[in-house]
Every structure is written in C-alpha cells, then in structure tokens.
Design a protein around this ligand. Structure first.
Ligand code: BDP
Length: 703
C-alpha cells in the first residue's frame, strides 16, 4: 500500500488539532471470516493496528484512524473547542475549506464521531462535492444514550444469543484482556453507540459483588476512550442475596442505604458508570411489588442511589401476569397511573410492541400515554423470533416503523421518535436500547448479514431519520464491495427481508405462533405452562375464524390508542391488513381488501414469503463473483435453510389452521411436504441459548 501521512498536534487552551494527510490506493483485501465487520473495505494488507495501550486516549484513537484510513489528498484538521451549543457533547461538524477537511466538535468524543463519519463517507462514496464554496455537514445524535443491552450471563451463556458464547470472559477477567474487547468498542464508536449494559436483564446478583465489579472496571477502562459508558442490569433482590438483610423492600431505610453504599463502591471503581437497567416483577424476577410497593418506589430508590454521580435508571415496562386476559394491555395498566411519579433520572424502557419483539406488532401504546415521564424504546437486534442466526432479516424497517408511528399523544405529530428523543413533550434525558446480537463467534453475530442489524441499530440511534435503504447501502459497501450490481441486488434482498419474514412466519397480524423450544420454528398447536406463553392464546383459531379480538367488543386493547388510531384499529374495514388479526377475530371466508377470502389471503402471503426466500438463493448465487468464497458459502447454506424453513412454517401453520377452516391450500401454491401429524411429532430440542444446527431441522426439498 502506498501511503504517507503526517500528524501534528497543537494544543491551545481548549483547542487542539490534528492534521493528517494520506494518499494511497485502496485495495479491497479479502477477509473471508467476517471478523472485520463493516471495516472490511478499509482492511489493507495489514490488519488495523490499534494505538498502544499507554497512548490510549480518544485523540490518539481518532488520529490513528485517520492515519490508517483516510485516503483523501486533503489534510484533515480536527479541532475541538467546547464552544458550540448546537453540537452539544457528541455532535460534530465537517467542513471543507481551503483544500482542507475540518472536523469540529466540542469534545474529543464528538471529534471521534466526526472522523468515523468522514471515513464512512469516503468508503461509501458519499463525500460531498467540493467546489469553491464552503461545504459543511453538521450531525448531532438524536438520543443522548445509545445503548446496547447484552443478555449475557456470568456462566457465558447468552439468553437468546445466537452467535456463540458471551464476549465477556468473566473467568479470565480482570487478568486476561482479549483483543475483541477493544474491537467491540471501536465497532460501536464507529456507528455512534455510547453505552453498553453488560449482563442479562434476568440478572444474577453476583454481578454486583466486588469480585465482578473489578472485572467490569477493566472493560469500562477499555471502552472509555471510545466514548462508551458501562451499565449493569441488577437483580432487585440483590440486598437480600448479597447481605444479611432479610428484605429488599425499597422503602426500608436499610435497603436504601445498601444501594447507596453499592453505588459508592461502583463509582469509586468506575467514575463514569452509567447506571442500572432493571427488569422487575416480570417473568419471575423480583421487584418492588413483592413488598406491596410500586414500580416508581423501586425505580426512585435506585435513582436516588446513583443520582449524586450522574447515573440513570432504565426501568423496563415489560410486565405481564399469567392471568391477564390480554397480555398486550398490561404495561399501560400498570405504568400509566405512575406517570409523573418517577424521578428525573429514571427512564422507562418500553419494547417497541405491546407483546414481545414479534416480526410485526403495532407500536406499544404506552409510548403515547406518559407525557410526564421519560420513556425510551427497546428493540431486539438478536433474532429471537426471526429465525435466529439462520435467517437473513434486516430489521431496521421494523424499528423505523415504530419510531415513525404517530401516537397522537396530544394530537397529531407525536411520533414515538419525538417522544422518546425528548423533543415532544420536552424532556432533558433521552435514550434508546437494542438487545445485542453479539457473541464470541468469529463473525460476531452468527450470520454475516446479522452484522447489518448491529450496524443499523447504531445508525438509527444516531439518526432515526436515515432510511433503511441508506443504511443498507452504507453497510453493504463497507462490508462487501461497492460494485454496483452487488449493492443493488443485495440491498433489494435486505430491504424485502423483513416483510418476507413476516409473510412466512406470521402474516396479517398473527403473532406468537412459535414453537416453545427456543422460539425457533412454528408451533401453533402447542400448549405452555402459562396461557400467555401458548400460541393458541394469541391466534385463537377455531371453526368460526382466526385472530385476537382486541376491539371494543373484545379485550378493548384498542382503547389504549389515541384517536384516530382507536377507531381505525377497531374497525376491520379500516384496520391495516398488516395488523388485522392482531386486532380482530374474523371468519375464514372474510372478504379482504384484495378481494380474496381471509383463508386465501393467508395462503397468498405465506406463498409470497416462500417465493422471496427462494428467489434470494438465486440472487445470491449470481453474486458469487463479487464475494469471497467463505462468506459466499456461509450465507448460501443459510439462505437455503431459510427457504426450507419458510415452507415448514407455512405447512405447520396452514395445515393446523385447516383443521378449523376445512379449506384447501390452492393448487397454484407450493404444496405441503409433510403432514400435520409429522410436523406435530417433530421436536426441536434447544435451549434459550442456541440456534439449531441446520441438520437438526425438518427435511424439505426446494424445487
Ligand atoms: C423475551 C425473552 C426472554 C427475555 C424477556 C425479556 O423470551 O428470554 O428474558 O423477553 O425481555 O423476549 O425480559
């Protein structure tokens, strides 16, 4: 590689600058195992060299990135002055003036984001055209906290993790430091993620022991120069588990003191510790209700403990009781009465939909119901319900659909995005969370295309206005190649993949029709230890039709939405097809907007899913010349399995529903390859921590 660069540094009060100029030919080295993520196009003959440990500061990191990766002829001058109100803590301004590229920010971290943005523009061919006039780009993140939630356990399993074991090697820490820790930090920084919750929301109390905090400190030290703050999930019963206290009652002064002491201990080790994420009184986790207290009592106690240090509490609204006639309603019922009762450093973390990370749900009505409370969205990056790391599903459209949804909180134009970013109504704290899909597998995410979801989440958290197309475009060019044909075809496949997944798993608003084992594959006939974990509770298929009646004649969940949504959802004639069986129980021969009967519409939608997954195999096959062999094969094998799974899903769902409808799958569609009986006898034995091996799945042939 022909490369030259120079770096100099001026420090003048609050002003410092680096200038780097590099000229050279970018070669696109092969990296067949995918470990390089979206830095693939930057990879030279040599792997990226990190700054040596003793020089590790944000400024050294960013100047190193420029030195190794900036290929432009113009020098880059980085300055941070602390003077721009608009740019706040993390924002940056890029401008082109006098044959120089300027990166301006208020802080070194902001400057680092500017540098990553500049390099991204270079790699994706989106550097602005520079003429005589000054060109400038200003970018400020939409959310203050852009958080990854890891569901990692101390024993190295990852709940709903499909990319190997946990990245955090707790047994080795604090002594052994793996290079992946810093690679992880760099990857996050490059897309704007600035916070990480290291452990599972079903939290082991041991995470708060001094032994573990010493380990956490090591990770926090590595992440800090990359602008990443560490958080922990806590077990609400920790005082009882870790001390002599017989209670964890949030109103007990001894318990309150225990948390204050714990916070002091944590902050003495990790001065910029972010705070806690809490799953309380949900799915068997302990919480304030165990003591007759409210979510607000619990959250405020913790908020008080971290407040002196600037910490925050992310308190989850994922709550539902086994006895609830409609699980989708419970979060609103429990939380809305507490609106305005949470301390200022508490933020309520709400899953995008009212049930649980389904391929499609309406947005959670809770977003529009708590004007006096800070609320944030939680998305799932890991593909718990989306075919794990066997299926190619680009999830950004799902998240964007949620953020763009208008809640009509106080009339129109109160989107989930405005509310959660604190724009409307105004709040001074904003955050967004994504449940990570990262493990210790060599390509980080199990499926090469699952990396796109990590990437897309970061970009969305920075700027929810970016389109799925823009993000997919960026990711493909950096991860594979900027070859036009490749980019076009792969982008199309990615952009269709969400709807395709909805079609072959649960079209028309069906939901939770999954097999209990790992939530992989169909199981519409299955029972469960609680009614609300059983698919039958959700699809309600019977001789008279299918779907969950949430109208004013049913559970009246529609009432939790503001007008005009309430009326829109309440009437099957106006309810969007995509959600019709979420809100309505309709006869099998119900006439859909397309003119088809409901039964035929279901058959049609499943077929669309099957056809598209089949088409993806052809598309990918044609692209072979543009991809290295290993990644080509890895993806190919999985696309084949995805197409087989699509037929499996359709067979299982429609053959089972047929026992009620008595209707046939039209002859023009792919015909079932197994009988219902065979499928009901098929048992997948997997835990919540694994993705099934391809050869353990039902036999299918593709024509
Ligand atoms: C569900 C998962 C479960 C999680 C739970 C949660 O099945 O493993 O613990 O969500 O978010 O989606 O707490």
């Amino acid at each position: 590689m022909n490369k030259s660069h120079f770096i100099y540094c001026l420090t003048f009060g609050l002003f410092a600058s680096f200038a780097v100029s590099c000229a050279g030919n970018a070669e696109k080295p092969e990296n067949s195992n995918g470990h390089n993520l979206w830095f693939h196009s930057l990879q030279g003959e040599e792997p990226f060299e990190f700054v040596p440990q003793e020089q590790k500061t944000t400024l050294n990191i960013l100047s190193n990135e420029l030195a190794q990766n900036w290929k432009g002829k113009e020098p880059v001058i980085v300055k941070y002055t602390g003077r721009s109100k608009l740019l706040a803590k993390d924002g940056f301004r890029l401008y082109w003036l006098h044959d120089t590229v300027w990166v301006q920010a208020n802080t070194p971290i902001g400057a680092m984001y500017g540098v990553y943005d500049l390099i991204r523009r270079q790699e994706t061919g989106t550097l602005p055209k520079v003429g005589k006039d000054m060109v400038e780009i200003t970018s400020v993140p939409a959310y203050e906290y852009r958080v990854l939630n890891h569901w990692d356990n101390p024993n190295l399993t990852v709940e709903r993790g499909f990319a190997g074991k946990s990245l955090w090697k707790w047994k080795e820490l604090p002594d052994i430091i793996r290079p992946e820790y810093e690679e992880y930090a760099r990857a996050n920084a490059s897309i704007g993620i600035n916070a990480t919750v290291l452990n599972n929301v079903n939290a082991d109390p041991c995470m708060l022991t001094n032994e573990y905090l010493q380990k956490v400190k090591v990770l926090a030290d590595i992440f800090r120069p990359y602008g990443i703050r560490v958080f922990l999930s806590l077990n609400f019963a920790a005082p009882k588990h870790l001390s002599d206290l017989k209670t964890s009652d949030p109103l007990d002064p001894r318990v309150r003191q225990w948390w204050k002491d714990k916070a002091k201990e944590i902050y003495s080790l990790i001065p910029d510790f972010g705070g806690f994420l809490v799953k309380a009184n949900s799915e068997g986790q302990s919480g304030p209700q165990d003591y007759g207290r409210t979510h607000a009592d619990g959250a405020n106690m913790l908020a008080e403990a971290v407040e002196p240090y600037g910490g925050i509490i992310m308190w989850r609204a994922f709550v539902y009781a086994a006895t609830s006639p409609d699980r989708a309603k419970q979060a609103v019922e429990e939380f809305v009465p507490l609106d305005g009762k949470f301390k200022d450093n508490v933020i309520i973390q709400i899953k995008n939909g009212p049930v649980d990370f389904q391929p499609r749900e309406p947005f959670s009505p809770l977003f529009g119901q708590m004007p006096r409370t800070r609320v944030m969205a939680e998305f799932q990056i890991t593909q718990e319900y989306l075919g794990h790391s066997n299926h190619l599903v680009f999830i950004h459209p799902t998240w964007k659909e949620c953020l763009d949804a208008d809640t009509y909180m106080n009339g129109p134009d109160y989107s989930v995005y405005y509310i959660t970013s604190g724009k409307k109504p105004f709040h001074n704290l904003s955050a967004i969370a994504g449940v990570a899909n990262i493990g210790d597998s060599v390509n980080w995410c199990g499926h090469h295309f699952a990396q796109a979801n990590w990437y897309a989440y970061g970009r969305l958290a920075w700027n929810p206005e970016l389109t799925s197309e823009q993000i997919a475009d960026e990711w493909i060019k950096q991860t594979f190649t900027d070859n036009k044909k490749f980019v076009k075809e792969v982008k199309e496949m990615m952009l269709l993949s969400r709807e395709t997944n909805v079609n072959y798993e649960m079209p028309l608003g069906l939901h939770h029709v999954f097999a209990g084992a790992g939530h992989y594959g169909p199981g519409p006939w299955e029972g469960a230890s609680r009614p609300d974990w059983s698919p039958k509770y959700y699809h309600k298929a019977a001789a008279d039709g299918i779907g969950f009646d949430r109208t004013d004649k049913g559970t009246n969940a529609v009432e939790q939405y503001k007008e005009p949504l309430r009326s829109l959802y309440n009437d099957p004639a106006t309810c969007p097809d995509e959600l019709i069986l979420w809100f309505h129980h309709l006869p099998w021969d119900y006439k859909m907007k397309s003119g088809r009967t409901l039964w035929n519409e279901l058959c049609y939608r499943y077929q669309c899913g099957i056809d598209q997954t089949r088409k993806n195999i052809d598309t990918w096959s044609k692209l072979r010349p543009y991809v290295d062999e290993q990644r080509f094969n890895d993806v190919y094998v999985k696309l084949v399995r995805q197409a087989k799974d699509a037929i499996w899903w359709r067979d299982a769902e429609m053959l089972y529903f047929q026992t009620f409808s008595g209707m046939e799958i039209p002859a023009k569609y792919t015909q079932p390859q197994h009988t219902l009986d065979e499928l009901q006898h098929f048992r997948l034995r997997i835990s919540n921590y694994e993705t099934p091996a391809l050869d353990k799945l039902p036999e299918y042939t593709l024509e």
